[in-house]
Design a protein around this ligand. Structure first.
Ligand code: WTA
Length: 647
């Protein structure tokens, strides 16, 4: 069953909870749907209750049930006779490869689990993992899951200070890392950084080190252990024990709007149920036939749910790629798609826009005809990028699914389904509708549903199985961040703006903190950006709201020009700006015309590829630039300012 889109008169009303309730109550039809999905997993003991919401907003899904997540992702498939099916085609950055079947995976996970047991770890102990995109990262996560050790994976590009604070917050006993990693063709040290991080983390008892690059490393006897010595010596069998459905599976830190990163806590049965269901339906995944590739890093939620848990629960054959998309050349992804016959490809709009910048001849040089479904995640995808993606990767024939979700939601919540694409045409740039089993609404400031053609705040108004179970060690912050904004209605506040179109389809508008208010008109930064990148001269754009004495906020745009336009621009810097302002005015309306457009060489981005608008707002407002430590490339701001000063 599926939640119907809002009707003309009552957009959203059908899903809103009874006023005055402490928290919106579960819908029996939705919980029944999820019970059906959960039955597809292997449970050692069935649950007593599908959903216990009596301690809301702390949900208990499938309480009383017991299962082992790693057994479901690995052993179950081997037991069913699929041991020889490939689980991962791993492709290292320098070109080394490894093929891992489900039988191999089971042996590796068992060995790793036995190694962790030999270190004295017991269920509930936390394990920090900072690894490159190598098979050991998957083995480590699954070994933790198998033993009931919540893992905390920290993205490989994070600084020692960031790793230290995450280890300290979770009081992890073990850190799993590597000697080094390959970045853009060179071996760079990793253990130097993790040694710096663990110099001051009393909870860490051992550091387990994978040899990846073979570089020199400092060694702390008694604490540090080589993976190839400890793990490879273990038995390759291990009897998996079942854990409670609500046993913590992992903590994943994500940045909030302010303050320290939040440790988002996910548990086992509900998470795996929704991870598996969404991966299966969003990609129309057919085990044994499809070759699936999610290009995220394992350090992000997309890597957790759509590289590890969802695909493996569904017995997928996946590509796992270690490197960056333009190493050693800009056709690397297309080359890998061709090599393995990838049929399902899941990536982020920011990479699609890089592809656009690199030029459409590139995908044209490879055989991409195996591609069947294309997915997008992480930020609003502008229609221009959507169309380019579908045209140049999907031969204008594959569905493109724009999937909305968050670290906190654990799995996709809003997305079109390719199986329904014939009956319900896809719309470039729209995530369209909540998935079956999920309920969402768009509401105004007072928590009242908005109508078609209107925008507001996106809320989730019913509990869902993969929902976060809290912020590690901070119950109050959990309530405050997500449940206080619409406390009366009991909605989960996602922090995103959204709009219903005239058909009742959902359009995500970006974080509400990025929504501008110009002369009382709400304009999304994403909407203006989309207009800008639809212009042939523009490769990338970021828009911020700057303080304006007259209009409250004014729109300031930063644009990166495409190759050709860059050459014109050098001759006369003012050439491109006038037409671009006019273009935006023509696309959206005069109200959306940027007050200022600044041509810059690059946009400041975090390591996960998100544009740091906060820094651009500082430039737009002529303020001193704030903290740049989370930028992937800290020199970007300097080059932007230099360029603007020169201009
Ligand atoms: C944004 C990533 C528009 C959104 C899975 C959300 C999106 C935040 C989309 C979560 C999408 C993610 N369309 N915006 N399809 N997907 N977002 O926690 O603002 O890294 O709140 O999870 O990304 O980012 P996170």
């Amino acid at each position: 069953m599926s939640v119907p889109p809002p009707t003309e008169q009552t957009a959203g009303i059908a899903q809103s909870g009874p006023a005055g309730d402490p928290l919106a109550q579960p819908d029996p039809a939705l919980t029944a749907f999820w019970a059906g999905q959960a039955r597809q997993l292997h449970w050692e003991r069935p649950w007593a209750e599908v959903l216990d919401w009596s301690d809301a907003p702390f949900a208990q899904w499938f309480s009383g049930g017991r299962l082992n997540v790693a057994y479901n992702c690995v052993d179950r498939h081997v037991a069913a006779g699929h041991g020889e099916q490939v689980a991962f085609h791993w492709e290292g950055e320098p070109g080394d490869t490894r093929t891992i079947t489900y039988a191999d995976l089971r042996r590796e996970v068992c060995r790793t689990a036995n190694a962790l047991l030999s270190l004295g770890l017991t269920a509930g102990d936390r394990v920090a993992i900072q690894l490159p995109m190598i098979p050991e990262a998957v083995f480590a996560m699954l070994a933790c899951a198998r033993l009931g050790l919540p893992h905390s994976v920290v993205f490989g590009g994070f600084s020692p200070a960031a790793l230290r604070s995450r280890i300290a917050d979770a009081e992890a006993k073990l850190l799993i890392t590597a000697d080094g990693q390959y970045r853009r063709g060179t071996a760079v040290p990793m253990k130097d950084g993790t040694d710096e991080a663990t110099a001051d983390t009393p909870s860490i008892e051992h550091v387990l080190v994978v040899r990846r690059t073979g570089g020199e490393v400092a060694w702390t006897e008694g604490r540090d252990l080589w993976w190839h010595e400890l793990v490879d010596a273990q038995s390759d069998t291990h009897e998996a024990e079942a854990f409670d459905a609500e046993h913590p599976l992992f903590i994943l830190y994500t940045s909030g709007t302010t303050g320290s990163p939040k440790g988002i806590l996910h548990t086992s049965g509900g998470y795996l149920t929704q991870a598996a269901y969404t991966h299966r339906t969003i990609f129309d995944h057919r085990p044994g036939d499809d070759v699936y590739w999610c290009t995220a890093d394992i350090g992000w939620i997309t890597g957790h749910t759509y590289i590890v848990y969802g695909p493996l629960a569904n017995r997928a054959t996946s590509v796992l790629y270690e490197g960056t998309p333009n190493t050693p050349h800009e056709g690397r992804h297309f080359e890998i798609i061709q090599k393995y016959g990838v049929s399902l490809y899941y990536t982020a709009p920011t990479l699609i826009r890089s592809f656009m910048k690199w030029g459409e001849e590139l995908p044209g040089r490879y055989d991409l005809s195996t591609l069947r479904v294309l997915g997008s995640v992480g930020e609003p995808i502008n229609p221009e990028a959507w169309r380019w993606y579908r045209k140049h990767l999907g031969a204008d024939r594959t569905p493109v699914v724009d999937t909305w979700w968050q670290t906190e939601t654990g799995a996709v919540m809003i997305s079109p389904l390719p199986a329904e694409a014939d009956a319900k045409p896809l719309k470039p740039g729209s995530a369209q509708a909540p998935l079956p089993g999920i309920s969402a609404a768009v509401v105004n400031d007072r928590g009242e549903p908005v109508g078609r053609g209107e925008s507001g705040y996106l809320v989730l108004d019913r509990p869902w199985p993969a929902m976060l179970r809290g912020i590690w060690g901070d119950e109050e912050r959990f309530r405050e961040t997500y449940w206080s904004r619409f406390a009366r209605q009991g909605y989960y506040f996602a922090g995103d703006g959204a709009r219903y179109d005239e058909d009742g389809d959902l359009w995500l508008l970006g974080r509400v903190d990025d929504v501008m208010n110009v002369s009382g008109h709400r304009i999304s930064t994403a909407e203006v950006e989309s207009a800008l990148v639809a212009h042939p001269s523009v490769a990338e754009a970021a828009v911020v709201g700057a303080a304006d004495a007259t209009t409250g906020q004014a729109i300031v745009a930063f644009v990166v020009l495409r190759g050709d336009a860059q050459h014109d621009e050098r001759d006369d810097g003012t050439d491109v700006v006038g037409p671009l302002r006019a273009h935006v005015a023509a696309e959206i309306g005069p109200i959306a015309k940027p007050r200022q457009i600044m041509v810059v060489p690059e946009l400041p981005k975090t390591r996960s590829g998100k544009i740091m608008r906060r820094l651009l707002r500082d430039v737009a407002d002529n303020r001193e630039i704030g903290d740049v430590t989370t930028l992937a490339d800290a020199s970007v701001m300097a080059s932007i300012q230099q360029g603007l000063a020169d201009g």
